[in-house]
Structure formats: structure tokens, C-alpha cells
Design a protein around this ligand. Structure first.
Ligand code: ADP
Ligand code: MG
Length: 313
């Protein structure tokens, strides 16, 4: 309950005189009460989102089917059925991404899969998280998250994959460890995993944990751009293109999802965009999350909009 994904919201509510009741301190469920209105939340999920809509959107396979049928751009995908089918998909779409259907923070996601050997490893790893696995064509471009609240665009983040910069003498492993030491001092979840997937991805680009990058050389070490795998987050709300916002608006309306994080990949020339995730839970955290939390509480309790004061410094 004391995770930043709840406290960023509950602190904003308390600032406005909204009562917060916790059901059980070990789970992030809480009730917000103001006047005669009570709304139950689970992090940034709330009873304002229908249970069926939640189920549909948080499952990456179902969300993909839903969006594709309505003409939105999603990469080719298939639900994993057996190894032969997965190999056929790989042959048709290589390189591919393998991911569990309902996780978050890049848990169990393997990118840049182009061999049957890597496919087998990726499937085994993804299955540690859940039985339903998605095979997806890997699309190129920059990684964006668009945030919508009450169907309105609130912010856009660009996410860049974790990388290290060589000094001519340290190994990749040492550079990652040093970077993790710096980033986890600020936020413990912001860490590049020193695990098999990072090792495998390094191998696909001709590196290993023991390689020594040249001084000044930048090496991407984990391709998933998530903050939870050491990626960096850049607020581009003021620069994001109007057509991307428009795409997001049409998606949240079609899905009936008032609060959403839409993850998409867009080519540098802006000509190709693919939606890869429709997240019903925003995982609002303090870094840039305060403004989002304000919009969220404005949405749930419009009568309190403008009542908040800045947090004490
Ligand atoms: N089809 C894809 N093509 C390219 N990169 C992808 C693809 N799917 C996922 N990724 C990368 O992996 C990250 C995590 O995938 P995502 O589907 O958003 O799952 P999660 O819920 O774990 O964030 C993305 O932000 C992106 O960097
Ligand atoms: Mg995502």
C-alpha cells in the first residue's frame, strides 16, 4: 500500500480533503471518499472502468485483436499454441518479440528473437510468469507512452532502452553494475537486470557481459524501453505530434477506457506507428506522476479540482 504507485494518488487525494480508507495494508486497494461519493481504487484502476473492459485491455492478445478489428495499427501477433506454430510465426515475421499476455514492466518480455534456439529460451522464460504467451512481430521505431485520463490526453513520454557508455577498460557487466548503483540510489526499481535476457540480447548484437566497449561507445544492453528494465523516460508532452494524440484519443474512445496508458512504437519519419499495449493501470509514480495524479483525482472528484495545494517542500 505504501508503494509510490498508490501514494502518489492517495497523497493528492488527502491534500484535497478526500478521505482514504485502506482495506488491507498489504494490497494496493483503497477507497476514496468525498461528500456522498466513494470510489474504490486499485492503484490507478478504479471502479469507473468496467470489469470486462479491464479484462479485455490488460490482455495484450485480446487488446491486439480488438484494435486490429477496428482498423488500428498493431503488429502481427499470435497466441502461442505449440513450438511448431511458433517456429512458423518466427519464419514469417523474424525478428519477433515473445511476451506473457498480462504482465507489466517488461516482465518476461524477450525482444529481437530470430533463431529457434532463442525462441525456445524466450518461451521458457515467459512461461515463468503465466501460461498465455504472445508471439509478436518486432517493429522498429521510438517507444512512446501516451497517457489519457477521462478520455483526454494528459501527457506523452518517450522511453529509451537502457544503455551504457564505454570507458575503454570496463566490461559491460561492470558498466551495468556501476549504472545500477547510481540509478537504484534514487529509485530501487530503476535497474538494468543482469540476467539471461540481457545476456541474450547482448549476444544478438555481438556483445557479451565480458565485452569491453570503446571509450565513449554507447551500447544498448536491454531492448525493452521500460523504466523497470533500466530504460530512461523523457517527458515530450509539449512536442508530441497531433496525429499521435488523435490516434490515442480514437483508441480510448473505441475501447471505452477512460484511464489508459497507450504504448506505441513510431518510426523516426513518423510514417509507421504500431500500438503494442493498452494499459488500464498507469503505474503513476512520483517522477512526472504528480501532474497525472492531479488529473486522475480531478476525474474521480471533479468538485475538488483546483482545491489541491502544492506539496510542502
Ligand atoms: N512488437 C514489439 N516490437 C518492438 N518492441 C517491442 C514490441 N513489443 C514490446 N516491445 C518492447 O518491449 C517493451 C515492453 O513491452 P510491452 O508490450 O509494452 O509490455 P509491458 O506491459 O511489460 O510494458 C516495450 O515498451 C518495447 O520497448
Ligand atoms: Mg508497456
Amino acid at each position: 500500500m505504501l508503494s509510490p504507485y498508490t501514494t502518489t494518488i492517495t497523497n493528492e487525494a488527502l491534500r484535497r480533503g478526500i478521505t482514504v480508507s485502506v482495506i488491507d495494508p498489504s494490497v494496493p486497494i483503497f477507497e476514496l471518499c468525498h461528500g456522498s461519493s466513494t470510489i474504490r481504487c486499485y492503484r490507478s484502476l478504479s471502479d469507473r472502468v468496467g470489469a470486462v473492459t479491464f479484462h479485455l485491455t490488460q490482455n495484450k492478445f485480446l487488446a491486439g485483436c480488438f484494435l486490429r478489428e477496428r482498423g488500428f495499427p498493431v503488429p502481427p501477433q499470435e497466441l502461442y499454441a505449440n513450438f511448431k506454430q511458433a517456429c512458423d510465426f518466427l519464419e514469417q515475421h523474424s525478428p519477433i518479440v515473445v511476451k506473457p499476455c498480462m504482465q507489466w514492466g517488461a516482465r518476461g518480455v524477450a525482444t529481437n528473437i530470430s533463431t529457434q534456439h532463442d525462441l525456445k529460451t524466450a518461451l521458457k522464460n515467459a512461461r515463468r510468469f503465466e501460461p498465455d504467451i504472445l508471439l509478436e512481430k518486432m517493429v522498429t521505431g521510438d517507444d512512446y507512452r501516451l497517457v489519457f485520463i477521462n478520455y483526454c490526453f494528459v501527457s506523452a513520454l518517450q522511453r529509451r532502452p537502457a544503455c551504457v557508455i564505454g570507458n575503454g577498460s570496463s566490461t559491460v557487466r561492470k558498466l551495468i553494475a556501476a549504472q545500477n548503483l547510481r540509478s537504484t540510489a534514487i529509485d530501487p526499481v530503476h535497474r538494468i537486470p543482469l540476467d539471461r535476457e540481457t545476456g541474450r540480447f547482448l549476444h544478438t548484437i555481438g556483445f557479451s557481459f565480458d565485452s569491453i566497449p570503446d571509450a565513449g561507445q554507447t551500447v544498448i544492453v536491454r531492448q525493452t524501453a521500460n523504466y523497470h528494465t533500466g530504460g530512461s523516460v523523457h517527458d515530450i508532452t509539449e512536442q508530441v505530434s497531433a496525429d499521435l494524440i488523435d490516434l490515442g484519443k480514437r483508441i480510448v474512445k473505441a475501447a471505452g477506457l477512460p484511464v489508459a496508458g497507450i504504448d506505441c512504437m513510431r518510426s523516426a519519419d513518423g510514417l509507421q506507428t504500431h500500438v503494442i499495449e493498452l494499459a488500464p493501470d498507469l503505474a503513476i509514480s512520483p517522477r512526472g506522476g504528480q501532474r497525472i495524479a492531479e488529473h486522475f483525482i480531478d476525474y474521480l472528484f471533479p468538485e475538488t479540482a483546483g482545491m489541491h495545494t502544492k506539496p510542502a517542500v
